[in-house]
Ligand binder design. Structure first.
Ligand code: AKG
Ligand code: FE2
Length: 287
């Protein structure tokens, strides 16, 4: 099954529909490639200073750098892109809310072999989430063009409904070929892997991942983004980073205080959210 491409005019509902059907989708040319060049320019010193991966899964010829909210103001707009966030929100809508899971540039160098095909949600201790209850949604923005030759991410479309712990070979996968500025979205349940880079140039992608509000984030935003920087960020970005209540009770500070207000220097005595209203909301979603 080939990977479906959409355009920005298709809108968030269509993105979510294809993600629910296939587990992955490409939205072509979401931002001008120059917007991602700006992220690259801000991240270049970190990319240059970071060693390649220690093992085959992270990639011995692959550089991964995170902390994008602190290090790259240009990345913040990509992370909060309304169309993509709209699609993500729908896919994760069985939970009360969602948050940022990680921000990472993945630069696959020439000669890197294909990464083992995997599900990203295995990071949650291989917990067997119910099929159809998506807990994680990835976006991988092409900072360079993604081609089959240079290591475009490889997906097994439809495999989000498959059994857990399966093994797939490269021949079972489809390359997510796309122009720079495009975004690949895939659920945490979809089998995929970084492609082999058989070209002589680096394949660079910006991996921004979101997760339901009741799971632990992969990248620790409270320590990756120093408080001096966090304090000046807009509320919507801070909430996405986790300065908000997950579901109706998770993530408060000491005496049930609201983390966003505490960060801003206020008292923030909020208490829990309402269990009754959370139950009502979930009952509506089940209907
Ligand atoms: O860089 C890619 O194409 C995908 C990498 C990936 O799937 C991962 O590291 O979990
Ligand atoms: Fe992955």
């Amino acid at each position: 099954m080939p990977i479906q491409h959409l355009s920005v005019s298709d809108g968030p509902d269509r993105i979510a529909e294809i993600l629910e059907r296939d587990g992955g989708v490409i939205v072509d040319r979401v931002v001008p490639r120059e917007q991602l060049d700006a992220v690259h320019a801000e991240m270049k010193p970190y990319l240059e200073a970071t060693p390649t991966g220690p093992d085959r899964f992270t990639g011995k010829n692959t550089t991964r750098v995170g902390g994008l909210i602190a290090r790259s103001p240009a990345a913040r707009e990509v992370i909060t892109h309304p169309l993509i966030l709209g699609g993500v929100k729908k896919v994760l809508s069985k939970a009360t809310n969602f948050q940022l899971h990680l921000t990472q540039i993945i630069a696959i160098g020439p000669g890197e072999p294909a990464q083992a095909v995997h599900r990203d949600q295995w990071a949650f201790d291989f917990f067997p989430f119910p099929r159809g209850y998506e807990v994680q949604c990835n976006t991988l923005w092409a900072m360079t063009d993604f081609t089959a030759e240079n290591g475009a991410t490889r997906l097994v479309p439809g495999s989000h409904r498959a059994e857990d712990k399966l093994e797939f070979a490269e021949g079972d996968t489809e390359p997510a070929e796309m122009e720079a500025g495009s975004a690949l979205l895939y659920t945490g349940s979809l089998y995929h892997g970084g492609g082999a880079n058989r070209s002589d140039a680096v394949r660079m992608g910006l991996n921004i991942t979101y997760v339901v509000g009741w799971l632990r984030q992969e990248e620790n935003q409270y320590l990756s983004v120093p408080q001096e920087i966090a304090r000046d960020l807009p509320d919507d970005l801070l909430r996405l980073m986790g300065y908000a209540q997950g579901a109706y009770a998770l993530g408060y500070v000491d005496d049930l205080r609201d983390p966003l207000e505490v960060l801003r220097g206020g008292q923030g005595h909020k208490g829990f959210g309402s269990l009754e209203s959370a139950q009502e909301r979930l009952a509506r979603k089940d209907a």
